[in-house]
Design a protein around this ligand. Structure first.
Ligand SMILES: Cc1cc2nc3c(=O)[nH]c(=O)nc-3n(C[C@H](O)[C@H](O)[C@H](O)COP(=O)(O)OP(=O)(O)OC[C@H]3O[C@@H](n4cnc5c(N)ncnc54)[C@H](O)[C@@H]3O)c2cc1C
Length: 447
């Protein structure tokens, strides 16, 4: 069994999972002087071959967490040629230049909401981690966590185990840590199918240019339609276009626990056969062999808390609040989580040092409780609003239908609630909540 840290006041943090949540949380904690190890089940740094966009709130959270994270994203962020997110009618041709009717557009700010390849982002983040910080081929299978005294112990599939003061579950949508925190029998322990799936692919821009307008190749577009919608945006410094083609599926997901199933371009083409020529061309540019991705989320059974009953394990990112991707903000909210948690644990580290490590367990409980309190409402809302937005983009919201004015009103209000989030205020509130929780914990302990 591995152990750590001789200094009794030092807080050791074990992070399960090296995705965007794990990497950014680790960097935020390291830059605040905490001791961190990441345990990742894969053999190395890995991400899927697709794109990701970072909304303005995500960029502000990166800056506050560790400016090197923001610089890493900026190195690979691909500019849109316009600062506007274009929404078009992808279903009915209406004689617009390339056969689409523009519906509305939303201002993104200067160089706002830019995309990149996921793998490029994770590689850039992993480069910032010190040697030995991440350990690979470590699949967490169990956490033993007592309500008093001992540190939580992580057990891995290879038979090894390790102790840490705090365990952070950054292990994604099928989180093992979530099942531990919420209980195996809890319906909230596993995500549910949103009755949408998506075909995803990266199309070389040079290939797309032969069949699409320049504008389509270089800026962010949402093609709305009945029971389906298609998002496109440039990534890889303009060398590729990220395509995500969503389809409503009234049945059950046939893949069971598997999040992806093999598919073909012919199947995708059938799903979008009634759409206009631009959407059909976008689909035709995809590879012949594709994957289709089930869209799961935590809407049906949200977690009532992200912290274990023992108070020393908590959930971050998709493990906490897996969301459908219609706000393009799941990873961004994971980075907000990372900032809140890094703030709370930095406060905890200072409080533990002031008490020579004697109050460590209490300060950790106060830190995770503060994190929980500051993140629950926002992240529950994100999951709910993202579902709603997916329905809005597929003309399934009865009050809005396909009326562009009503759709814009809803989309704009909701997007700005994501984008305009005040991460500085979140940090201040986290500090205040930590102080209040710690004080209450001490009072309770004395009584
Ligand atoms: C189609 C689609 C488009 C999206 N687009 C956007 C977007 O544009 N912008 C945005 O902000 N978000 C977007 N999202 C959401 C975003 O992808 C996720 O919110 C984000 O990737 C979650 O990161 P994570 O680190 O929490 O989880 P993950 O990326 O899933 O990482 C979890 C890590 O934990 C590891 N792991 C799992 N189990 C174990 C275990 N037992 N032991 C050890 N390691 C383990 C995994 O191997 C993995 O490395 C999109 C999602 C989808 C589905």
């Amino acid at each position: 069994m591995a152990t750590e840290t001789a200094n009794p006041a030092a807080i050791s943090v074990a992070i399960v999972g090296l995705g965007i949540a794990g990497a950014t949380t680790a960097l935020g904690l390291l830059s605040r002087g905490l001791s961190v190890k990441i345990y990742e089940r894969a053999a190395g740094v890995h991400e899927i071959g697709a794109g990701i966009g970072m909304s303005p709130n995500a960029e502000r959270a990166m800056l506050a967490l560790d400016p090197r994270i923001h610089a890493a994203f900026r190195r690979i962020a691909t500019p849109n040629t316009e600062d506007w997110f274009q929404y078009v009618d992808g279903y009915h041709d209406a004689g617009h230049g390339d056969g689409e009717a523009p519906l509305f557009k939303m201002y993104l700010g200067t160089r706002g909401f830019e995309g990149c390849r996921r793998a490029d982002l994770l590689d850039e983040l992993a480069k910032l981690l010190p040697d030995g910080c991440a350990v690979f081929n470590k699949e967490l299978v169990q956490i033993d966590e007592a309500t008093s005294g001992q540190k939580p112990m992580l057990k891995f599939a290879d038979g090894t185990s390790v102790e840490a003061d705090v365990v952070l579950g950054c292990d994604g949508i099928r989180s093992r840590v979530r099942r531990h925190v919420l209980g195996e029998e809890n319906p909230a322990a596993v995500p549910g199918y949103t009755h949408k799936f998506a075909f995803r692919g990266l199309v070389p821009t040079a290939k797309a240019r032969t069949r699409l307008t320049e504008d389509k190749c270089t800026t962010r577009y949402m093609h709305l339609g009945q029971d389906g919608h298609v998002l496109t945006f440039p990534v890889a410094m303009g060398a590729m276009i990220n395509v995500v083609a969503f389809v409503t599926d009234r049945g059950a997901w046939p893949g069971g626990d598997k999040m992806t199933l093999p598919a073909t371009k012919a199947e995708a083409a059938r799903c979008f056969a009634d759409f206009g020529p631009v959407v059909r061309t976008v689909i035709d540019l995809l590879d012949d062999k594709l994957d289709k991705w089930a869209i799961f989320d935590t809407f049906d059974h949200p977690a009532g808390t992200y912290v274990s009953p023992a108070g020393t394990t908590c959930l971050i990112g998709d493990a906490a609040h897996a969301s459908s991707p219609h706000h393009g903000a799941g990873a961004g909210c994971a980075i907000e989580d990372a900032l809140a948690l890094a703030t709370a644990l930095e406060e905890a580290q200072a409080a533990a040092a002031a008490a020579d490590g004697k109050e460590k367990r209490q300060v950790l409980r106060a830190a995770l409780a503060a994190y929980d309190a500051v993140r629950l409402e926002r992240t529950h809302w994100l999951v709910e609003s993202s579902r709603f937005t997916g329905e809005l983009y597929e003309w399934q919201v009865p009050e809005c239908g396909r009326d562009p004015v009503k759709c814009l009103r809803e989309a704009e209000a909701r997007c700005h609630q994501v984008w305009d989030y005040d991460v500085g205020e979140m940090v201040d509130i986290t500090r205040r909540l930590f102080a209040a929780r710690l004080h209450r914990g001490v009072v309770l302990a004395i009584n």
